[in-house]
Design a binder for this molecule. Sequence first.
Ligand code: 5GP
Ligand code: ZN
Length: 116
Amino acid sequence: MGECIFCKIAAGEIPAKKCFEDDQVVAFHDIHPLRPTHLLVIPRKHIASLAHVGAEDEPVLGRMLAVAQKLAVEHGSDDGFRCIINTGRVGGQEVSHLHLHILGGPEPVGPMVTKI
Ligand code: 5GP
Ligand code: ZN
């Protein structure tokens, strides 16, 4: 996926403030944070969106959530946090590589449907 910006971040070809990586996933700070904590967790594999996952991708989906929990705790989200996966046009997805947003406080994140 030559022109995918998140594939390039995963490969280290363009810079990002990474906070976790393993063989399956990479996590980094959103370039335009909308809350004091705003991280993204992505699969290393190029998957265009949550609408494009297959049965073979189920392990990496679980890994993304487990890493999200670990990172939220590490970033001080003792009082909770929100995970969002924008998907497709209706979901307001702008980058076509599956990614999980982690949003943290200290103030409550806000209404459920606010575009983050
Ligand atoms: P989406 O709207 O697709 O769910 O969210 C894409 C997110 O990726 C946005 O919050 C945007 O700020 C972030 N983003 C886009 N390009 C880059 C980039 O090059 N580096 C980083 N760290 N974040 C990016
Ligand atoms: Zn990609």
